[in-house]
Write a protein that binds this ligand. Structure first.
Ligand code: SF4
Length: 415
């Protein structure tokens, strides 16, 4: 069979931002890597600017599409178009896993959960024309056996920053996060596999992809020790509390960590506590960020607004907090109830969802009734935070700080 593997991405004001922020989508690449030799495939990553051509549609017999929630309506439209062209169509990914009945309307088959464990069975069924309406994986992928990249496709040159899969899942269970409901537990690849892959890639600037890279300090120490020998620079994602471990911060810096996404989310500890993220203590942020800065690590975080614990003064509090703790890169956004999360289920129960249009679920629209303010007040507050934190004076300050740590290239790309 000829197969199209598609990461769907809708046209939007944030298309360039998504392209800039996105790293190679390991989900679709590991599917391609698990493809039996009898099949041919093409990868279309719309996030990265790829366009599906008429020739590709005529060439293929089966298409599998994945998309995040704000892109899912576009994915459904694409799925319908492909079905009309007589392709077998499969939908997969987080949104599809959490709302399989909705997705099933647009596809011949849906995958619930991780796709790799059911992929070969699905392809064998499709080959015989016996595709089932759904496939569900009951076990998590064995990271020791996972091959994250297809050998046949020269993908590395298509992405600015090469991503290396380190782990999937998170041991925490924050109410607004889709990671835990999707990946039932946290698993990491063997360190030797990660190191071999980096060495083979020849890349010197990488994103190490794990939902919470430092949550197992023993694993993280082993990884950083081996990484140091490769003399690479890398960016990653870990909760800020990892910086309580001074030796681990130093090991991370020596292994090439230059830029860290920490997921502080809000300066309100009551809000973090209610969201199941009380282990992050805003009162410790200043000291921990200073420790990261002392090791020349640039610190990036979303600051989310609209938690039930947020009163109208949260906007001014956040501006003062960000200035005080010296965050380098800030993304002020609305907390968004993604399907599958406890937060979504709570708002659904309380009849507080305001939008049925998945395209609005992009963290830039208010899609639910906030508890202590109107949607308009929430929107105005976030605009005020953005305008204030991105004033010329504050940007220049952050620019100077990031330049002193990582040079002009990183500061011009980030601040
Ligand atoms: S710590 Fe981060 S990745 Fe883990 S559940 Fe919370 S928000 Fe999600």
């Amino acid at each position: 069979m000829n197969i199209l593997i598609i990461k769907a991405s809708a046209e939007s004001d944030f298309k360039d931002y998504k392209k800039y922020m996105s790293s190679p989508p390991q989900g679709i690449f590991s599917l391609a890597a698990a493809m039996p030799n009898a099949h041919s495939f093409e990868i279309i990553d719309e996030t990265n600017g790829d366009k599906l051509s008429k020739k590709q549609i005529e060439w293929a017999q089966l298409a599998i599409l994945t998309a995040s929630t704000p892109d899912i309506t576009h994915a459904y439209q694409l799925a319908q178009k492909l079905k009309e062209s007589s392709l077998m169509v499969v939908l997969s990914g987080l949104h599809v896993t959490f709302l399989p009945s909705e997705a099933a309307y647009y596809a011949d088959s849906v995958i619930i959960g991780e796709a790799e464990p059911v992929w070969q069975t699905l392809l064998a069924d499709a080959d015989k024309g016996l595709l089932k309406p759904s496939y569900k994986s009951n076990e998590q992928v064995d990271m020791g056996n996972l091959n994250p990249w297809p050998n046949t496709a020269d993908l590395k040159e298509r992405y600015g920053t090469w991503g290396v899969l380190v782990g999937r899942g998170c041991k925490n269970s924050c109410s607004y996060c889709t990671v835990r409901p999707f990946f039932k537990r946290e698993v990491f690849r063997p360190v030797s596999h990660v190191i071999d892959e980096i060495r083979a890639s020849g890349k010197k600037y990488l994103e190490l992809h794990a939902d919470n890279l430092c949550s197992d300090p023993d694993y993280a120490f082993e990884l950083f020790t081996e990484l140091k020998k490769l003399k690479v620079q890398w960016v990653g994602e870990a909760t800020l509390d990892f910086a309580e471990n001074e030796a681990l911060v130093e090991a991370a810096a020596q292994s090439g960590l230059t830029y860290l996404l920490v997921g502080l989310e809000t300066c309100s500890h009551p809000a973090l506590k209610m969201a199941g993220k009380g282990f992050i203590k805003p009162a410790r942020a200043k000291e921990l960020i200073r420790r990261l800065h002392d090791n020349d690590i640039v610190v990036d975080s979303c600051m989310l607004f609209g938690f039930d614990e947020h009163e109208k003064d949260i906007f001014d509090e956040t501006i003062a907090f960000v200035d005080d703790v010296k965050l380098d890169v800030i993304h002020p956004n609305f907390i968004t109830p993604f399907p599958g999360t406890k937060f979504y289920n709570q708002l659904l129960r309380e009849e507080r969802l305001l939008s049925n249009d998945w395209a609005d679920y992009d963290c830039s629209h208010v899609v639910f009734q906030p508890k202590h303010m109107t949607p308009q007040e929430l929107e105005n507050g976030v605009i005020k935070v953005r305008d204030t934190l991105y004033s010329t004076g504050r940007r220049l300050k952050r620019f100077a700080r990031v330049t002193s740590m990582q040079g002009l290239y990183v500061s011009s790309m980030t601040t």
